[in-house]
Design a protein around this ligand. Structure first.
Ligand code: FA5
Ligand code: MG
Length: 476
């Protein structure tokens, strides 16, 4: 979608995002590379892996109402205030969030719509899939735009449906959920009451019933994903006459970990072991009652989760780099197809269900070029020799803070999708000059072609110049 930046006078500037106009102010920090990507709607593009993953997860929540077309520009109130984010929460910073103006942001998570959808109260269970925006690191699993699916389910205290208590009703719904035989390594991590207290409106049995319903529902999603991923691996083996990669046949390991969110208590994250590492795929918990009160549904209680679609899609299709999802290269797009409705219908048995997932086959890997950029931060730092509250650590004196995300942003703005990774490789304070030096290593690699040396050199020079210009650093 198009984005234009127009200025009628120095004081009033406006920006158009996917056809809608917004006034900007001194909080504005959203580059046109970001606003220009609003409107791609990968989660609705037929046969796109993000869209297939969305459909696969949705299929595990029969009866839930899906909301897949909510606009990404939301108020600070929707994104933070209504969910109980404290005023000093780091997520609110301009270093982390794309602001349009003081009151308006690009949503950083699908939870921004919780209160509105709870308020509409059209269905006890709902799902929201949408693009979300964060200023973040640059590597194979982080991209400033990604997709989340929010899910929530609530019950009404005033509608016990013939049960003697609310907990009883919820336990009866737990009994209706499909069972699985996946081993969960840590099914019930301890909740620490400082961070995850029992809410005053709930009793322990209600919370246990809600938590069990939540965890079982999400475990069922994971089982389906891995069943389908294994079918894809088996299909590839059959085609190539190869035997199964032991990784594909290894028992699936998942675990629950205690987490913290301002809008749920207790809260958890679900981690999946993938190629020897624990990967966080979602956050969830029992909805904080003030959120439901803000939505005007005081008698309801229940659970919510938020899952990263790219993380799941990367596992499902073996996609090695998050930038690939944005590729318009037919060598990428043509590898995926919409599932055959006859093979995924609810009437098809678990064993025969087939989403037609295929493993991604990398087209040749193009060479990487690594370049370092080293610079002095503006100002000086003071190493306090006198005992101090900070315990004699190096503390900024007259140094201007440079946030790492500002460095990341400049690299992305100038080099876009030809950067694979940016990492801090060295930092030190010069003992005499009292100045701090940082060195970042940038890995340049296109997914689609070989970059020329001159091209890399030119990009790298531009990045250095822009760091000087915007952050006031001095190149070394
Ligand atoms: C949240 O965004 C919460 N809104 C989730 C939630 C919803 C909790 C409802 C409780 C109730 P978090 O920032 O951890 O939480 O992100 C959720 C998931 O999004 C992560 O587990 C991960 O799968 C994915 N994710 C987060 N950051 C990125 C990123 N930069 N790139 C790709 N995926 C990401
Ligand atoms: Mg998280």
């Amino acid at each position: 979608a198009a984005c234009s930046y127009s200025s009628s006078s120095a004081a009033t500037k406006s920006i158009t995002i996917d056809g809608k106009e917004y006034q900007t102010d001194e909080w504005f920090n959203t580059p046109s590379t970001i606003t220009g990507a609003v409107g791609r709607r990968l989660h609705l593009e037929p046969a796109h892996p993000i869209s297939i993953t969305r459909q696969l997860i949705e299929s595990r929540f029969p009866g839930f109402q899906s909301h897949n077309d909510l606009f990404p520009v939301v108020s600070v109130k929707q994104n933070f205030d209504s969910l109980g984010f404290p005023a000093d929460h780091p997520g609110r910073n301009r270093s982390d969030t794309y602001y349009i103006n003081k009151e308006t942001v690009l949503r950083t998570h699908t939870s921004a719509h919780q209160v509105d959808i709870f308020n509409a109260n059209t269905s006890p269970g709902y799902l929201i899939t949408a693009d979300v925006y964060r200023r973040d690191a640059v590597d194979r699993s982080h991209y400033p735009i990604f997709h989340q699916m929010e899910g929530a389910m609530t019950w009404d205290r005033n509608d016990l449906q013939g049960h003697k208590s609310l907990a009883d009703l919820i336990w009866s719904d737990v009994a209706k959920l499909p069972k699985h035989d996946m081993k969960v390594l840590d099914p019930n991590p301890t909740s620490h009451s400082e961070r995850n207290p029992l809410q005053q409106e709930h009793n322990a049995d209600e919370v246990e019933a809600i938590a069990t319903h939540l965890k079982r529902s999400l475990e069922n999603v994971v089982v389906e994903i891995f069943t389908q991923a294994r079918k894809a691996a088996a299909k590839l083996n059959a085609q190539n006459g190869t035997s199964t990669n032991p990784e594909d046949d290894a028992p699936l390991h998942v675990r629950w970990v205690e987490a913290y969110f301002p809008f749920t208590s207790p809260s958890w994250e679900l981690e999946v072991e993938w190629r020897g590492e624990w990967l966080e795929v979602l956050g969830c918990g029992v909805v904080q009652q003030p959120v439901l009160n803000n939505a005007g549904v005081l008698s309801r209680l229940g659970w919510a989760f938020g899952v990263g679609i790219e993380r799941i899609a990367m596992l499902l299709f073996s996609i090695p780099d998050i930038r690939l999802f944005w590729s318009k290269d037919p060598r990428f797009l043509n590898q995926f197809k919409q599932p055959d409705p006859a093979k995924i219908a609810p009437t098809v048995s678990e064993l025969d269900r087939d989403w037609g997932i295929s493993r991604f086959l990398p087209f040749s890997k193009y060479p990487a070029a690594e370049r370092d950029v080293s610079f002095w931060l503006p100002g000086t730092v003071e190493s306090s020799s006198a005992p101090s509250a900070a315990g004699g650590l190096v503390t900024p004196a007259n140094s201007t803070q440079v946030h790492e995300n500002d460095v990341m942003e400049i690299v992305r703005q100038l080099a876009g999708d030809v950067v694979e990774n940016v990492a801090l490789v060295d930092e030190f304070v010069h003992p005499k000059k009292k100045r701090k030096s940082m060195c970042y290593r940038i890995v340049y690699r296109s997914l689609e072609r070989t970059l020329t040396g001159d091209e890399v050199q030119e990009l790298h020079k531009k990045i250095g110049d822009r760091l000087v210009e915007q952050l006031g650093v001095e190149l070394r």
